[in-house]
Design a binder for this molecule. Structure first.
Ligand code: DAH
Length: 338
């Protein structure tokens, strides 16, 4: 029996030595299981003499402990080896360049609007906003454009009801501001405007304007000129000059269209200014006395100037963009250039 136990011990230890992770469990069952080889030997102990029994019993226990110990050690070894392999395979090279996430940026219209706002804020203007869904009264009536006035036809307006519409210029914000504020007033009002124009390279049914209004005692056309010249120099460069061409707007008297000298050719004539040397940048004028009195401001005591510019137009001129539709299509190839 001693021989048998020794044989089992040697066989088992050899098997464990060569075992893989999967075969280890089978070895355990084969030697130590209920029907295992060692158990079979122990069952045969009944036939031994009383003197021999404890000796063999002790030996059998030693063999069991040896096998169990060897198995535990092997398990530990294989687990350590597996972990080592895993760590090697999953090694991270922290010096590898990362995957860059695409970063968004400001839309060119927004950036030009902010630039415009900053220029006028620098001159003491305050930014105010007004509603895009507007009353006919503020959009037309109070601006000296009565019903059946031909100026209503030049701005094809989206009507919601007879009296409610989508504002066609930002000018109604002038009226809303003058209605509840006393002069001195010095505001700009940027925002969306709507006109039922067909979309082409220079027209869009939705675009952006920036309105300006100054009202105080003794405001003159000279103040308007000085303000717009300062603006044009800041926006298009120090050498920029401006000129006023007589025009007509119902809400200003006198009225003018204002050009800036072409900042590409300096006035000599080029492709940008179409050989003119000048580029139209906005409409302006002295606030019509009717508009002042419509808002409860005495035109005998106060005077003011106003101007309105198209933000798309200024952006197209200053950034060399030739099609207004590009602003709204959100084509990354276009947007990424700004
Ligand atoms: N409302 C005019 C337009 O949409 C722009 C404009 C011209 C606004 C002269 C003004 C102004 O305030 O004085 O074409």
């Amino acid at each position: 029996m001693k021989e048998k136990l020794k044989q089992i011990s040697e066989e088992a230890l050899r098997a464990i030595e060569q075992a893989t992770d999967a075969s280890l469990e089978q070895i355990k069952i084969r030697y130590l299981g209920k029907k295992g080889e060692l158990t079979a030997v122990l069952r045969g102990m009944g036939a031994l003499s009383p003197e021999e029994r404890p000796k063999i019993g002790q030996l059998a226990n030693e063999v069991r402990e040896k096998i169990e110990g060897a198995i535990a050690k092997k398990v530990q070894e294989t687990q350590a080896k597996a972990m080592e392999l895993k760590l090697k395979a999953e090694k991270i090279d922290v010096t590898m360049p990362g995957t860059a996430l695409p970063a968004g940026h400001i839309h060119p219209l927004t950036s030009v609007q902010r630039e415009l706002e900053n220029i006028f804020i620098g001159m003491g203007f305050e930014v105010v906003e007004g509603p895009e869904v507007e009353l006919d009264y503020y959009n037309f009536q109070a601006l000296n454009i009565p019903e059946n006035h031909p100026a209503r036809d030049t701005q094809d307006t989206f009507y919601i009801t007879d009296k409610i519409l989508l504002r066609s210029p930002t000018s109604p914000v002038q009226v809303r501001t003058m209605e509840h504020r006393k002069p001195p007033i010095r505001i700009i009002s940027p925002g969306r405007v709507y006109r039922s124009d067909a979309l082409d390279s220079t027209h869009s049914p939705l675009f952006h304007q920036l309105e300006g209004l100054v009202v105080d005692k003794g405001i003159t056309m000279g103040d308007l000129k000085g303000t717009l010249e300062t603006f044009a120099k800041k926006m298009f460069g120090e050498n920029t000059r401006i000129r006023f061409r007589p025009h007509h707007f119902p809400f200003t008297e006198p009225s003018a269209e204002v050009d800036a000298s072409c900042f590409v050719c300096g006035g000599k004539g080029c492709r940008l200014c179409k050989g003119e040397g000048w580029i139209e940048i906005l409409g302006a004028g002295m606030v019509h006395p009717f508009v002042l009195s419509n808002c409860g401001i005495d035109p005998e005591e106060y005077s003011g100037f106003a101007f309105g510019l198209g933000i798309e137009r200024i952006t197209m001129i200053s950034r060399g963009i030739d099609d207004i539709r590009l602003f709204y299509e959100n084509d990354q190839r276009f947007l990424d250039q700004f």
